[in-house]
Unconditional design. Structure first.
Length: 697
């Protein structure tokens, strides 16, 4: 209620539909970016100077012939870190925040509102339960918007009769539910959210509505358990067109073509099946930008942040992705706008068909004629354009519509649109516009990250690379901003290097860093503390907590040493023709014991995933290196020489506590499989033997 009051007060002081404000920390960001860049230049100088010295020493002494290699690896890791830091700082130079005032929209009649086509995407009824899809659709249909201007399409890549049946049941329930929402002015227009709040609904209308909703759930669940629709069901005839061969066999997103033959609304929205609308005024906020005569003509889309429900109180897996979805977009907003993140986005349909000046206005005369949609001619046309063969030999997926050729279709689509001159807006109201689901097992989280890493690299390492093509088309800062996401998977190089090389050198008594008494030591201390303190402050200013920030940085290291590593290797194998990446649906099904452990803040290992091997190996190696290194320091009294490597090992150990706990202390089903522990220990032994032999040659 406080947010609404503040918004109305701000609207009273403003005569525009929206405002833009530069964040107050911007001058400090710019000054610190300059200082940090100078420190990175100094680090590069030290590496070059030190490696030249090491190379000269190696050439004069056969016993030191391999000492140059770890120094070189550390230099490459720091060079990649410097590059990624430059891309990060590009997002800190012009951060802005928008505010919208829907109350000032001047629409006196329903005909003045633009039509909106909503696409809800799903793929597997067993990993993405149909009742979740139904709740998503009902929450969107509940917008404070003329109902005749709103059309919802279900894009089911699985072609499931179970999902379609659930949707048909939802259509019957919607007649009662939507009237109930508007009559009582509900904020939560998702039935599951409304009835699941724990609030006692005493009114007769609410009680009756809950009974109707539960009856619908029972009917859908009964069909789900049976696995198919009974021939006796009256809706059975509607499923004759669905065949087993049609499931999971759709090479392209065809919603744009189908909707163009039917409603053809000028505004298009894309939403994940597990993401519900949380604010009935969301569409009105979008209109604050589309109706602006200055912003609207070049505006491709309005992107809302992905925010999540059901996350544990300390967000152990970093599922909130606060930096990706809430902090970084602010830094792109005053340049050309944030990127499309796959859901919660409202496009102007014409942005899919060329640049801003190519199609000044889209013909949308059919958007309010609902009877037109059900005609045989239109349905036949829709079936025709939905064919997978329709786009062969055309520019669909290349120059028109959503861009294919990458697992990160969302990233590529917005990137190519902005390269053509389109702008975007990041709309981040205090009340979350959308709330989505998130995985609650580590294996699911990392598998999702692998898919992202591969897809982003498919664009970043191509002729359309943001470093080259993007910089020429959008400017240096936008090119670097897109590179920040595109090369995200390459964080595996510095993270993995720092997880293994200093520790192996410590076990062999080799110092890779300056002594504490050396002035260069303070450079490393500044680079580490400066980056971490700034990241922590930004996280807290974005609404996070110290505990959540700590878990977020730990997950950054975990991803770098597992999913990013596997993603980069898979991408390289794909380039060489040795492997093929595919799309795996992340499960949204809740399993009782796993969910209980997640809510308690306990990591879920359980399955013998290959991604757990480098994580466990890192934990074992750093523990051994710290104990052996500390013993050596106490024996030889050379703490100043080995301090940095001891600190790195200790810092990694602290972050690896959930892994040690899963290996040695836990007895539940989510503990680390013994197979993974054994393989990881053998890997550490091999790495130590290889490094020891190399240093003795």
């Amino acid at each position: 209620m406080k947010d609404v009051t503040e918004e109305k007060a701000a609207a009273g002081r403003c005569t525009r539909l929206h405002t833009t404000q530069l964040l107050r920390r911007t001058p400090l960001n710019r000054a610190f970016a300059l200082v940090y860049a100078s420190a990175l230049v100094a680090l590069v100088y030290r590496h070059i100077h030190h490696n030249n010295s090491s190379s000269s020493s190696s050439s004069s002494s056969s016993s030191n012939s391999f000492l140059f290699l770890p120094y070189l690896m550390m230099m490459v890791a720091d060079a990649m870190f410097a590059f990624m830091r430059a891309t990060t700082d590009s997002l800190r130079l012009y951060p802005v925040r928008h505010q919208e005032f829907p109350e000032k929209l001047d629409y006196n009649h329903h005909d003045q509102y633009p039509g909106v086509d909503v696409f809800i995407c799903t793929a597997d009824p067993y990993k993405e339960p149909p009742m979740g899809v139904v709740n998503t659709a009902l929450s969107v249909l509940g917008y404070e918007y003329p109902p005749e201007k709103l059309t919802v399409y279900l894009s089911d890549d699985g072609g499931s009769e179970l999902t379609l049946f659930a949707f048909m049941e939802a259509a019957k329930f919607a007649h009662h539910w939507l009237s109930f929402c508007r009559d009582f002015g509900l904020l939560d227009r998702c039935p599951d959210a409304y009835f699941g709040t724990g609030t006692t609904h005493t009114s007769r209308e609410a009680h009756n509505m809950k009974i109707m909703y539960e009856e619908m759930k029972v009917k859908v669940d009964r069909v789900m358990k049976r696995g198919s629709l009974s021939p006796e069901e009256p809706e059975h005839d509607a499923f004759n067109k669905l065949t087993a061969g049609s499931t999971l066999d759709h090479p392209a997103v065809i919603q744009l073509r189908v909707s163009a033959t039917m409603s053809n609304a000028p505004v298009v929205m894309n939403l994940d099946c597990d993401t519900i609308s949380n604010d009935p005024k969301t569409l009105l906020r979008v209109l604050c930008y589309l109706a602006d005569p200055v912003v609207g003509p070049k505006l491709a889309y309005v992107q809302f942040p992905q925010r999540f429900h059901g996350i544990d109180k300390n967000d152990i897996y970093g599922n909130d992705h606060r930096r990706l979805y809430q902090i970084d977009p602010l830094g792109m907003d005053d340049l050309a706008g944030t990127r499309y993140i796959g859901s919660g986005c409202f496009f102007q349909r014409r942005s899919f068909f060329g640049g801003p000046s190519d199609i000044p206005k889209l013909n949308s005369h059919r958007d309010s004629d609902k009877s037109f949609i059900s005609s045989k001619t239109v349905l036949d046309s829709a079936h025709h354009v939905a064919s997978c063969k329709h786009e062969h030999g055309t520019n669909w997926g290349i120059e028109i519509g959503f861009r294919y050729g990458s697992l990160a279709e969302d990233y590529k689509t917005s990137y190519m649109q902005q390269c053509k001159g389109w702008n975007a807006v990041f709309c981040h109201p205090k009340r979350a516009a959308f709330l989505g689901g998130s995985p609650f097992t580590l294996n699911d989280v990392l598998n999702q990250n692998i898919r992202w890493a591969i897809g982003l690299l498919e664009v970043a390492v191509s002729k359309y690379s943001p470093i080259t093509y993007g910089t020429r088309a959008m400017g240096l800062l936008m090119g670097l901003a897109y590179a920040h996401n595109g090369f995200e998977g390459t964080w595996c190089l510095p993270i993995t290097t720092y997880a293994y090389i200093p520790q192996l050198a410590l076990l062999s008594g080799v110092s890779l860093f300056p002594k504490v008494s050396d002035p260069w030591f303070y450079l490393y201390a500044f680079l580490f503390l400066g980056a971490y303190i700034q990241d922590c402050l930004e996280f807290i200013l974005a609404g996070g907590t110290i505990r959540k920030w700590w878990n977020d940085q730990r997950m950054w290291m975990i991803r770098g040493n597992s999913s990013y590593l596997f993603g980069c290797v898979t991408f390289l194998l794909n380039l060489l023709g040795f492997a093929a990446s595919g799309f795996n649906v992340t499960s949204k099904v809740v399993i009782g014991e796993q969910r209980k452990r997640y809510d308690q803040g306990i990591f879920e290992f359980g399955v013998p995933s290959p991604m757990f091997v480098p994580l466990t190996a890192t934990a074992i190696l750093n523990l051994i290196a710290f104990v052996v290194g500390l013993g050596g320091v106490l024996r030889d009294r050379n703490a100043g020489e080995m301090f940095v490597q001891l600190f790195i090992s200790g810092f990694v150990m602290v972050n690896c506590w959930p892994i040690y706990e899963a290996i040695a202390l836990r007895k539940d089903a989510g503990k680390m499989p013994a197979k993974i522990t054994i393989i990881s220990f053998l890997l550490v032994c091999l790495l130590y033997l290889a490094s020891s032999l190399a240093l003795k040659l």
